[in-house]
Design a protein around this ligand. Structure first.
Ligand code: HEC
Length: 288
């Protein structure tokens, strides 16, 4: 099964590649780093390419690209498959650690309604801090072992935090600090750099080919692509964190994934979140 699907993917990917290799990338790195102009051009690219998609709908990934799927999804939302994870996350979030503190003590506003501000650039450390990383740091600061970045506990916690921010516009800041601009730029470059045996970049699939099928899946547009995280996927029979999705995407192109929360993944999440500023948080999401 695994091998077969890998082979299918390779042939699907190659067909896709043949179509898209010819096109020039719309947002290649330029000399000047200008996130405001980038975000504008990025958003315009998608609204021009998909004039019929309602703007806020871009956060619904593959569902925004296909009417049949969209209908199935609305039916599914009546009994959302992430409900279990959400409940678990809610319970975990307020439950005290052994030292009596809890996650609430680690976050502004006790962690409620703040998901849209992550990732942020920490000027003390000079690095991007994602929500997943902040949650594990909170655990470790309170004497608890960190959770796996790709498993259910982390998905449950981030699902709950996303839920308390549903509808709030993504609001990523780039502070006036050259290191923040560098992190943003590094994330952008990572996103547009080809890698893996199939020589695909993230953009090959999510900028050049959203709406196209790869195996049975319909590719999500890069605009708003992190707003729905974490997601329940039927294919996974469970939840997936942002880390799980990024590493899976790297494996799909027969590349060697980085470790979850590697600086490069943090930067790419920073870039993708910034260029999706203004679009609502829709997580947790459900996918076919
Ligand atoms: C070979 C094509 C391919 C490449 C290259 C690729 N992805 Fe994906 N990605 C997929 C598929 C297939 C899915 C599942 C269907 C979908 O939602 O697009 C997906 C889903 C996602 C999602 C979840 C979207 C959602 O709404 O469900 C994110 C986030 C994501 N990819 C990020 C990335 C990043 C970051 C990179 C580069 C490191 C990348 N992808 C590279 C194929 C790809």
């Amino acid at each position: 099964m695994k091998l077969r699907s890998a082979v299918c993917l390779a042939s699907a990917a190659l067909t896709l590649g043949a179509v898209t290799f010819a096109g020039a990338l719309p947002f290649r790195a330029t000399d000047k780093i200008d996130p405001v102009a980038d975000a504008k051009a990025f958003q315009k690219f998608f609204t021009d390419k998909f004039p019929k998609v309602k703007y806020e709908d871009f956060v619904n990934g593959p569902y925004s690209m296909n009417e049949d799927l969209h209908r199935q999804w609305q039916e599914k939302e009546q009994f959302p498959p992430y409900e279990f994870s959400l409940e678990m996350g809610k319970e975990m979030f307020s439950k005290p650690f052994k030292n009596g503190k809890s996650y609430e003590d680690c976050f502004p506003n006790k962690g409620i309604g703040i998901r849209q501000n992550y990732p942020y650039f920490d000027e003390k450390e000079g690095k991007v801090i994602t929500l997943e990383l902040a949650l594990n740091r909170c655990r470790e600061a309170n004497g608890e072992p960190p959770f796996s970045y790709v498993r259910d506990e982390m998905a449950a916690l981030t699902a709950y935090m996303a839920f308390t921010s549903r509808g709030k516009p993504m609001d990523i800041k780039i502070p006036n600090d050259p290191r923040a601009l560098e992190a943003y730029q590094a994330g952008k470059e990572y996103f547009y750099t080809r890698r893996g045996q199939l020589n695909f970049s993230c953009a090959t699939c999510h900028v050049q080919s959203p709406g196209e099928r790869i195996r049975a899946e319909i590719l999500a547009p890069a605009l708003g692509i992190v707003n729905a995280m974490p997601i329940y996927r039927s294919e996974w029979s469970g939840m997936g964190t942002t880390s799980r999705r990024f590493t899976t995407c790297n494996s799909q192109i027969r590349g060697v994934p980085l470790s979850p929360q590697d600086d490069e993944y943090r930067n790419v999440e920073y870039y993708l979140s910034y260029v999706s500023n203004g679009l609502p948080i829709s997580g947790p999401g459900a996918r076919p």
